[in-house]
Design a protein around this ligand. Structure first.
Ligand SMILES: C[S@@+](CC[C@H](N)C(=O)[O-])C[C@H]1O[C@@H](n2cnc3c(N)ncnc32)[C@H](O)[C@@H]1O
Length: 334
């Protein structure tokens, strides 16, 4: 069960139920059986697995929200800046007199965001269930435009200090370069050649390292679930005159090609929850996509037991280094 989504949908049930409007926008869209009955519901979802689930439920999706609606639903991501920016985005797509309804888990700071929205809009209505809050405000022409302007600015692209890398809030490692990825980058052999894939490429840090360090790499495929991070990767790698392919793709669905080498810092979170199986799935998919003689280079938190997956996938592997937090694993398909 998606607790925040269930709580959001409670606003349309019971005595004080909101009426389903003629058209609506859903930011961070996730499918729910009750939504199948809604006329003209449009979803925006930057994360590929959730976007696919939305489309498989037969619901309409847009790459960028446009237009104005009497109701905007919001299921924000996990970072503060992203959440406030999404509330501002919801505000920007409301018709005059429209209603904004958001839901999030208590552990994601629901009470804090509810308070912030109440300050910006007044007259907030809230319900609590499933360790989540759903809260709504209706435009009465009195909302504080300057608060929404400040929140909107939080969603813009920024540069990681002391680098030229552009990032967007909500993605992985947007304030600094991840130390594990930095360590893996230093260890990539300059002899790497052929077709290379970067799984969970984020805003392109490891791909940039491959292109800088390995002149014999002919083609690089980036696979990333977060469309915003992938768009930043396009910008960050624009200076490299090499064959690059950017895939907005759920790695768990498999890869369309096979590779001489794969690099990755596999994810092991979905939203706020730890999901080690996601990391394991990345390893299995990578192993299946390696050519004979193909090499896998990965960095992981030390406590993640990935070695058994490499073994079971038929790869020959070695631990290429370990510190207090990370380990580097290198593997080969013989
Ligand atoms: C640990 S981060 C590594 C990012 C980047 N490679 C780096 O080293 O900075 C893992 C990345 O995997 C992405 N990701 C998570 N689930 C995914 C999936 N199912 N398919 C593709 N990418 C996914 C996340 O959005 C995130 O950018």
């Amino acid at each position: 069960m998606n607790a925040a989504l269930e709580t959001l949908m409670l606003a349309f049930a019971g005595e004080d139920a909101l009426a389903v409007p003629s058209h609506a926008l859903f930011l961070g869209a996730q499918p729910h059986p009750a939504l199948a009955q809604w006329p003209n519901l449009c979803g925006w979802q930057p994360l590929k697995p959730q976007a696919t689930a939305w489309e498989r439920a037969g619901l309409a999706r847009v790459d960028r929200p446009t237009g104005r609606y009497p109701l905007v639903l919001v299921l924000p991501g996990k970072s503060r800046d992203e959440t406030l920016a999404w509330l501002a985005l919801a505000h920007d797509h409301l018709e005059p007199g429209g209603r904004l309804l958001a839901a999030m888990p208590n552990t994601a700071g629901a009470a804090r965001f509810e308070q912030a929205l109440a300050k910006a809009c007044g007259n907030l209505v809230s319900l609590q269930k499933h360790k989540c809050r759903a809260f709504q405000v209706q435009d009465d022409g009195q909302w504080h435009a300057e608060v929404f302007a400040a929140w909107r600015a939080l969603g813009g692209r920024r540069v990681i200090p002391n680098t030229n890398f552009v990032v967007e809030p909500g993605g992985f490692s947007v304030d600094h370069i991840d130390p594990g990825s930095a360590w893996l980058a230093e260890q990539l052999p300059p002899t790497l050649r052929g077709n290379v894939a970067d799984l969970g490429a984020g805003w392109g840090f490891l791909s940039d390292a491959v292109l800088r360090r390995c002149p014999k790499v002919g083609r690089l495929d980036l696979f990333e679930a977060d469309a915003r991070a992938l768009d930043c990767a396009r910008v960050n790698l624009a200076g490299h005159a090499r064959e690059l392919h950017f895939h907005w793709h759920d790695v768990c669905e498999g890869l369309p090609g096979s590779y001489d080498a794969i690099v990755m810092n596999p994810p092991f979170h979905v939203g706020q929850a730890t999901a080690v199986d996601l990391g394991r799935a990345f390893l299995q998919i990578a192993a299946a996509a390696l050519k004979r003689g193909g090499k896998l280079y990965l960095v992981a938190n030390r406590q993640l037991a990935y070695e058994a997956v490499l073994e079971a996938s038929g790869l020959v592997w070695r631990n290429a280094g370990e510190d207090r937090t990370y380990k580097l694993l290198m593997a080969e398909r013989r």
